[in-house]
Design a protein around this ligand. Structure first.
Ligand SMILES: [Zn+2]
Length: 107
């Protein structure tokens, strides 16, 4: 497994999620506009909407996980289980590159 490729993929995903998160934040901060076009755009995107809040939470969790994974690659700690310190199986890392634990220690 090429770590540089993995890191590149993680960076791309991080950039994508951060861009989406930034768009969502702008929607949340902007008060509902009287313009009909804007009204359509922000409909269903209000702060008290539990769906949006869940989306936000999962996006933030993902951003933190991705940043952590990139950092671990940069510090040569990538691919090692945080609990048992065994190497994480490559198949698992390819499926979930930002995982911190091996399949055995996964909750
Ligand atoms: Zn483990």
């Amino acid at each position: 497994m090429n770590l540089e490729t993995v890191k590149e993929q993680l960076r791309e995903e991080l950039a994508r999620i951060e861009a989406r998160e930034a768009r969502l934040q702008r929607h949340l901060r902007s008060s509902p506009s009287p313009g009909p076009a804007d009204w359509i755009d922000v409909s269903g995107l209000h702060t008290d909407d539990p769906v949006v809040e869940r989306l936000e939470d999962s996006a933030r969790a993902r951003i933190i996980a991705l940043r952590g994974a990139i950092e671990r690659i940069e510090h040569n700690r990538f691919g090692r289980c945080e609990y048992c310190l065994d190497p994480i199986a490559p198949e698992r890392l390819l499926a979930i590159p930002y995982t911190r634990v091996c399949a055995r220690c996964a909750p």
